[in-house]
Design a protein around this ligand. Sequence first.
Ligand SMILES: *[C@@H]1O[C@H](CO)[C@@H](O)[C@H](O)[C@H]1NC(C)=O
Length: 271
Amino acid sequence: MVSSAFVLLSVFAAAAAAKGGKRCLAWPWYNAPLNPGVFNNGNGEVVAIYDWETYRPPSTNDTGGLEFIGMQRCLDCDSSPLTWLPARLQEQGWHTVFTLNEPDLNGITPGQAAEWYIEHINPLPVAKALPAVSSSVAPGQGLDWVSDMITACAGQCHFDYVNAHWYGVSFEQFKSFIEGAHARFPNYRLVISEYALQPPATQDDQVAFFKQALPFLDNADYVELHCIYVATSPALAEAHGTSPDWVGNCLYNDDGSPSAVGKLVLSPSSG
Ligand SMILES: *[C@@H]1O[C@H](CO)[C@@H](O)[C@H](O)[C@H]1NC(C)=O
């Protein structure tokens, strides 16, 4: 029968996609009016959500059925108190933890981070990402900072992923950054927890970029997860200080539906 064959094929396709899904939502704290379930439509491309904090994503529908990844973004801070980290992890059933947000730009030394990590992150019984560094190529920043932290760890830091952000001007530059990161850390899977073209970039520019970047990352076997910056709407982003020449990368329209970039993120790479 045509109809049951179609159903079987759809189920198979959904299962196959779900297995390979590695996209995730980078969810700002001011997103309470939005529903992450919009990106959990059964295609299985988007699998996780994080909000740079250890509290659950402010939204109309919790995580929308996506896996929540907690992030201890600061050494310690009121929004994500370090002493609450183990309890939040346990209560919320995390599988993965992200750590420190752009410490290379925030004055945290690799040695300080290594000491903190060994004491507070090592004991957590989940998969762990090293601090999320910027894509700065200034000496001592970006991937240099990661190398310096690994050296400072002297083999004592337990981690599963190297985590980096990327902002730049072209897909070619992006591809070379990611391939360079893999060449530099060949024994660890990569998480790209923020990436987009930097401002100024129109929505058309971002669409052209993500059309290449999404399949590239999906098909790179050393990439664990990639979080497109940013899962919010232009109105919310601008109301919280984002410049109007940098909202073309928003995954939502102002009415809460997926934007042109959001539709790409929802669609399997192969078409
Ligand atoms: C809310 O999330 C759940 C998964 O946790 C999903 O099944 C449901 O469809 C979502 N609701 C809406 C309105 O998107």
